[in-house]
Design a protein. Sequence first.
Length: 98
Amino acid sequence: MWVKRNRVAMNVNLRPELKTLIASEVKAGRAADSGEFLSRAVYHYVVARDLGQEYTPEEIDRMICEGLDDIDRGDTIDGEEALRQLRTLSAERRRPGT
């Protein structure tokens, strides 16, 4: 759940395609407003960066293409199975001495 905190006004200049993207995300109900969308985007960017997962736009495009290719080949797994595997991996990493 996304919790709204104290907000500070900030002027941000965005390219037209980003404005369109944000508007479509809000319209689809994935964010209450553009401020919420941008707050989440910045938060996730910083978390990913801190985890060593900072990618260039070209790297992101490449990963998306690879994922779509996997889907086209049928090289996918069920969502529940993916979550089970992630939970198992997370538990293994939290075990002392591993």
